[in-house]
Design a protein around this ligand. Structure first.
Ligand SMILES: [Zn+2]
Length: 451
């Protein structure tokens, strides 16, 4: 990928008992905590298979990002961690395409979006005055926001142009140091795009925007404002790579939002806007951008319709629910609109989508117990209704030849149903657990279901 082979004669990987960090990328000798490297077909779960693959790929990526090209100073830590996180997904996707790892990558993006919507967040590039200050930036901003803005840039520049430019960067700075500006300079030279101006707004400034989208005649007006989870608004401004799909995925548009406001012309290809028509539009296609989108009522209703008629990609299903969830926590949208949207996900069977739905339903169950105790029981029943049918389809027992993602989905759904108080699931869990306490070898609780 980087057109630069591994330069050392060999690379060893060692598992060490009681190793403090998850893993450490020493040049040519990567050390791991045992669970981060050792895998046993009989006793390990599918999720541990996946996390071993991601961790190994992450550490091997550091042989390029970190060891071959080393950041000049800790301020540029994200050049190590953001890139290693991004490359680990690139590598795992190439080895295990059936894992849909880029869809799962949205876990990293949503984690970073949550942390970065707090007033107390920090920019990706932080001034570090002393090496002892470094520990505090080994966090989701350096790893997950770092990796997410790389994905955003790659999507804006195009995969092929990005890869070629990264190969030039690797060659130019091999066996030496680089800082963030050095990377932007190479990318700018190779692509002719305003990479430095664009990316500086994302790496030197904390937070991110919410894009407010309103339909006016044949235009969609868009306006950016900093999104903060406490409902207040900040003064940040970004250069935002906007992507939009309209009526279908093959009519995608992209442009840079450089000002506070702008508008996009939508033509008749977005579908018929009359009642019962097939009109819909979605911004931030496949969640490649590090921002949220708030739609006006007409656009939101059209998007819900697109969801229910199965027009949206897996990644867009995730982005749609996560944005509305965050907006309702920030009191920019109603709780009722979130429940209405969630109900549109009944019948969903995909692991990554359901994993996000599960995060949202868990939070809703907690919030409603405090905020609307009289309705909490009904809300739980609604949430159970969304999760029960995929759980019943999967059942408790693994099926021969089922996919990696279905194997990971089973414990996710069963745990969620238990937490929501679903009696039948709880009773079956207790029954199987009692058998397990008498017979550790029972097939009734395979490694994946042991939680
Ligand atoms: Zn790392």
């Amino acid at each position: 990928y980087f057109d630069t082979p591994f330069p050392l004669p060999k690379l060893d990987m060692v598992a060490i008992p009681d190793f403090a960090a998850g893993a450490m990328e020493n040049y040519g000798l990567v050390t791991y905590r045992e669970v981060a490297l050792l895998f046993d077909d009989k006793s390990s779960s599918a999720s541990s298979r996946q996390s071993v693959a991601i961790t190994v790929a992450h550490e091997l990526a550091h042989q390029w990002f970190g060891n071959l090209v080393t950041m000049e100073w800790w301020t540029h830590l994200w050049l190590n961690e953001g890139f290693a996180t991004w490359v680990s997904h690139l590598a795992v996707d190439s080895f295990f395409p059936q894992w849909n790892i880029w869809t799962q990558f949205l876990d990293s993006t949503t984690t970073a979006l949550r942390l970065d919507s707090l007033e107390a967040s920090h920019p990706i590039e932080v001034e570090i005055h002393h090496a002892s200050e470094v520990d505090q930036i080994f966090d989701a901003i350096s790893y997950d926001k770092g990796a997410s803005v790389i994905r955003m840039l790659q999507s804006y520049l195009g995969a092929e142009r990005f890869q070629k430019a990264m190969a030039s960067y690797m060659k130019k700075y091999a066996f030496s140091n680089a800082k963030t500006e050095d990377l932007w300079a190479v990318l700018e030279k190779e692509t002719g795009e305003p990479v430095k101006d664009l990316m500086t707004t994302w790496t030197k400034q904390k937070g991110y925007p919410v894009i407010n989208a309103k339909i006016k005649g044949d235009d969609i007006e868009i306006e950016q404002a900093q999104f903060l989870l406490d409902g207040s608004s900040g003064s940040g401004m970004w250069i935002v790579p906007i992507t939009s799909g309209c009526g279908a995925y093959d009519t995608q548009k992209k442009f840079l939002l450089k000002l506070k406001r702008d508008k996009m012309v939508i033509g008749s290809q977005c579908g018929d806007r009359k009642k019962g028509g097939n009109f819909w539009t979605k911004l931030n296609i496949n969640g490649t951008g590090f921002y949220r989108v708030k739609y006006d009522d007409e656009l939101a209703a059209a998007l819900q319709n697109a969801l229910e008629t199965k027009k949206l990609s897996l990644m867009d299903k995730i982005g749609t629910v996560d944005d509305l969830y965050a907006l309702s926590i920030a009191r920019q949208q109603t709780f009722a609109s979130l429940l209405r949207l969630l109900y549109g996900y009944r019948g969903e069977a995909d692991y990554s989508v359901l994993s996000h739905i599960n995060t949202v339903t868990t939070s809703i169950a907690k919030v409603s117990a405090d905020a609307t105790p009289a309705l909490a029981g009904d809300i739980k029943q609604l949430l159970i209704k969304i999760l029960l049918s995929p759980a019943e389809k999967l059942g408790w027992d693994p099926k021969k030849g089922e996919s990696h993602l279905d194997v990971m989905l089973r414990p996710l759904l069963l745990t969620a149903l238990v937490q929501l108080g679903h009696g039948k699931t709880i009773n079956e869990g207790v029954r199987r657990f009692n058998i397990f306490t008498r017979d550790r070898g029972t097939s009734l609780l395979p490694p994946d279901t042991r939680k």
